[in-house]
Write a protein that binds this ligand. Structure first.
Ligand SMILES: Nc1ncnc2c1ncn2[C@@H]1O[C@H](COP(=O)(O)OP(=O)(O)OP(=O)(O)O)[C@@H](O)[C@H]1O
Ligand SMILES: [Mg+2]
Length: 400
């Protein structure tokens, strides 16, 4: 059992109300409301420069907000200096003390507070991060992942109610990153305190967090459980930034029961009304979103075998890449060019090669409908800089 279990610390909730930050005429964070429940693993996800670190520094008290209040466990701490807040931060550069061994690095916070007997707590912390055997090494004698765990132990020993992590895995290679993601998740589950993790890596955010807030240009675009964000993105930015989405512009031509009926280049598509984030009016346009793995490819010669009730588009394979677990296709369709389709490699149809005529088909329930006023390519990797989306501000705010 860890020191946390014995003291019963289980974190506290964090509430930001109307928090904004301007540096001169640069607005790093627009007025922002965030509520992080006690004991949750919360991720702030967004591209470089979108205001993640600024938000974290405001919570820690390292940055004074231009407007708004910070509450921890219901207490307004906006005016408190950092050292009076029950918060610790782990930065990307772990900033370990090079001249101290691992044991003393972890003991540091206790010694500074004048705690006389540190042994039991330090041992528990080293066990928690599985570095008991490394206590007498110096930081430079550890791997990047091990140093990262020392940094976490050094912060946790102060029993913060909230641990802030700013891209703590940024210096690690991909394999170690994946390992550390699971490790951090385990530690958080064990100590039960509130973790707020900042990252620009969508896979990392989805792997670790209970709740992800997707930030774009100083605003929260959408917040929710990873699966909900992925399955039901509310903006084109979220649809493209979290995984890959095909977004097809279609005309709304009618309704049938709860379904919205659409047309794109003489092909009819259906979308359940509850899957649309905007009202669909006949004569207007809608973006129909569909994830690549939800689409099945059938060779045009077998089109008759496709079950009724599925949405279908015709197309021609432009590219295919075999990547082991799946094959990824780019398909040009009269409805849209460059549609992405991922097929699991179970029974591969040898006819599905570039140049082949195919039908793309999917269950209408798997689509989602977005406001067509937004930029279709917002949040795509090649454009993931700042200020990607200018259109669709209203839809973005509705999604927060
Ligand atoms: N001290 C400062 N003075 C002026 N502008 C600043 C300052 N700190 C941050 N900014 C600006 O505020 C915006 C948000 O910065 P922030 O560090 O919060 O981004 P971030 O989301 O953490 O990005 P990254 O992923 O690159 O770390 C950026 O445009 C940045 O240039
Ligand atoms: Mg940052």
């Amino acid at each position: 059992m860890t020191a946390f279990a014995t003291t019963g610390s289980n974190g506290t909730d964090v509430r930001l109300t109307g928090i904004s930050k301007a540096y001169g005429d640069v607005t790093a964070v627009h007025p922002l409301d965030l509520s992080v429940p006690a004991g949750s693993f919360f991720a702030l996800l967004g591209a470089s420069g979108c205001g993640k670190t600024t938000t974290l520094r405001v919570i820690a008290g390292l940055e004074e907000p231009t407007t708004g209040t910070v509450e921890l466990g219901g207490r307004d701490v906006t005016a408190l200096p950092p050292y009076k807040r029950p918060v610790n931060t782990v930065f990307q550069s772990y900033a370990l003390f090079p001249h101290l061994d691992i044991y003393e690095n972890v003991a540091f916070g206790l010694r500074r507070r004048g705690v006389k007997s540190v042994r039991k707590q330090v041992d528990e912390m080293l066990d928690l991060v599985q570095l008991g055997d490394y206590a007498r090494r110096k930081p430079q004698q550890l791997s990047g992942g091990q140093q990262q765990r020392v940094a976490v132990a050094r912060a946790l020993i102060n029993h913060p109610d909230v641990l802030l992590l700013d891209e703590p895995l940024g210096a690690l290679d991909l394999k170690l990153r994946r390992q550390m993601q699971l490790e951090l998740k385990r530690i958080q589950t064990e100590v039960g305190i509130t973790f707020i993790h900042v990252t620009h890596d969508q896979e990392e955010a989805m792997t670790m967090a209970d709740t992800v807030a997707v930030m774009n240009a100083g605003r929260v675009e959408q917040m929710g459980a990873p699966a909900d964000l992925y399955e039901t993105p509310r903006t084109t930015f979220v649809a493209n930034f979290l995984g890959t989405s095909n977004l097809i512009t279609a005309d709304v031509v009618g309704t049938a029961g709860d379904d919205v009926l659409l047309r794109v280049s003489d092909t009819k598509l259906t979308l359940p009304g509850k899957r649309c984030t905007v009202g669909a009016r006949v004569g207007e346009k809608l973006l129909v979103g569909i994830r690549p793995e939800k689409i099945t490819l059938t060779h045009a010669d077998d089109a008759g075998t496709i079950a009724d009730g599925r949405n279908r588009l015709t197309g021609r394979i432009a590219q295919s890449s075999f990547i082991g677990v799946s094959t990824q296709y780019l398909v040009d369709s009269p409805a849209a060019s460059g549609l992405s389709v991922y097929e699991q490699n179970i029974e591969r149809d040898p006819r599905l090669v570039p140049g082949a005529d195919v039908v793309l088909h999917w269950n209408p329930d798997h689509g989602f409908g977005l406001d067509s006023a937004q930029a279709v390519s917002a949040g795509k990797p090649d454009e993931a800089g700042t200020d990607v989306v200018e259109a669709g501000t209203d839809a973005r705010e509705a999604g927060t």
